[in-house]
Write a protein that binds this ligand. Structure first.
Ligand code: ZN
Length: 429
């Protein structure tokens, strides 16, 4: 079945969003930029915040971002509808003293960030991007564009490569970025000049390596969308589009719509800007204080709130069917997924399942379920972490993909748009 024109244009917009978001810092900035364009007011955590009712706000903390819409008739016990996602993706992060190389090659010293499929990063044109902290106190974003590559060894020099390809995590993951003498060259200088600043003024940096190729629609009937960082920018993007749409009418609504996109999910979320940190709680506390809520009223609001935790999950893979549950096998293009796990790797329960079904019904979207094969345990996500922190009812959902943690993942065009439609229904609930 052909995908709709709306789904195709949504996928193109996602390709723009991913291209603008090579690092978590860029993703958070891009979320804020897009929402400010539609009338959201950017707030600073160090400043006083304006009175809230009828307002739309966004605040960035490092590589995380939270945006919210307060209806004009909001009360101290008005619940929140929170869509959670994460801005970071597996890959590589620049080490200190990163300009290395040998035999006439310039190379970059990198650490592995999270759990990338290392082989998928070979033979791609890669960007170096992140933030620079300057001597004058400013923090600026930097992005070199296509600069680096991890060249695979030729088959002639490794006849076993098609039987077992193993990369040494130190020796064989250091990308090349030019020709020259590493003593005379400076990779940080490249990064600084891409941001229009002087390398001597850079006092600190957080920079990652990201695939530079643009996302693309392909396959029969345009069913497929391939891109880097779909995990989890597909959810962040769905949240931004849905929040902008749902916030067009802020006069009355039963709830406060919140988009919370955290950093460091791929590392377990334990950081100042991660889901295990206090960012969401800090923002919600100030939002409810702005509504005049006392501690009990805020607890009442939390008790009536929902957190829709959205992250990618696994579609059934036709070449590895045995890796999936023998019965429950979500398929790319058949709708967003509800993620279920007996061991609370996902926070979904019976009540959450019913709520999800209601939001999907409201949006007119079909959904699927995901559960792991017992012998192949799944990963986890931010859902159980925020549920544990805040006690807010949480449902884990997402879109089915293949090639999770590859430098270029594979999603279904219709699922991306359908997730956005459910997210909008969720925000309006
Ligand atoms: Zn993820």
């Amino acid at each position: 079945m052909a995908v709709t024109p709306a789904a195709l244009s949504h996928a193109e917009d996602l390709a723009d969003f991913v291209a603008a978001s090579p690092s978590s810092y860029h993703a958070a900035a891009e979320v804020a930029r897009r929402l400010e364009e539609t009338g959201f007011v950017r707030l600073d955590e160090e400043a006083d915040w304006p009175a809230q009712p009828g307002g739309r706000f966004v605040v960035v903390r490092d590589g995380a971002v939270i945006a919210w819409v307060v209806p004009a008739d909001a009360a101290p016990t008005t619940p929140a509808q929170i869509l959670g996602a994460h801005t970071d993706s597996p890959g590589f992060k620049l080490k200190p003293q990163p300009t290395t190389g040998s035999r006439g090659w310039l190379q970059a010293g990198v650490e592995i960030y999270g759990g990338p499929l290392l082989n998928s990063w070979l033979d791609r044109e890669l960007r170096l991007a992140g933030r620079l902290a300057l001597a004058d106190g400013r923090v600026v974003l930097a992005d070199t564009g296509a600069l680096l590559r991890l060249p695979q060894l030729a088959i002639h020099l490794d006849r076993e490569a098609n039987k077992a390809l193993t990369l040494d995590k130190q020796m064989q993951t250091q990308p090349v970025w030019g020709l020259g003498d590493p003593v005379e060259e400076d990779l940080l200088g490249e990064l600084a000049s891409s941001a229009g600043v002087n390398a001597a003024d850079v006092r600190g940096f957080d920079a990652v390596v990201a695939d530079s190729a643009r996302g693309a629609v392909f396959g029969r009937d345009d069913a497929f969308f391939a891109s880097g960082r779909l995990d989890d920018l597909a959810s962040v993007h769905a949240g931004v589009v849905a929040l902008a749409a749902a916030s067009k009418d802020t006069s009355t609504s039963g709830s406060i719509a919140v988009l919370a996109a955290f950093d460091h999910e791929e590392l377990g979320s334990a950081s100042r800007s991660g889901a295990a940190g206090p960012f969401l709680e800090d923002v919600l506390a100030r939002v409810y204080a702005g509504l005049g809520a006392d501690a009990t009223e805020q607890r009442r609001a939390f008790a009536a709130s929902w957190h829709l935790s959205s992250d990618v999950g696994h579609s059934v893979h036709p070449n590895y069917v045995f890796k999936h549950d023998p019965v429950v096998q979500p398929l790319l293009g058949s709708g967003p997924i509800l993620k279920i796990n007996a061991n609370q790797r996902y926070a979904t329960d019976a009540v959450g399942s019913a709520a999800w079904a209601q939001w999907c019904d409201t949006a007119g979207v079909a959904s699927q379920e995901f559960v792991s094969n017992n012998s192949v345990p799944c990963g986890s996500t931010i859902g159980p972490i925020t549920a544990t922190r805040l006690g807010i009812r949480t449902v884990d959902v997402g879109i089915p993909i293949l090639s999770m943690h590859s430098a270029r993942e594979l999603a279904g065009v219709s699922d991306l748009h359908d997730l956005t439609r459910v997210a909008e229904a969720f925000f309006r609930a």
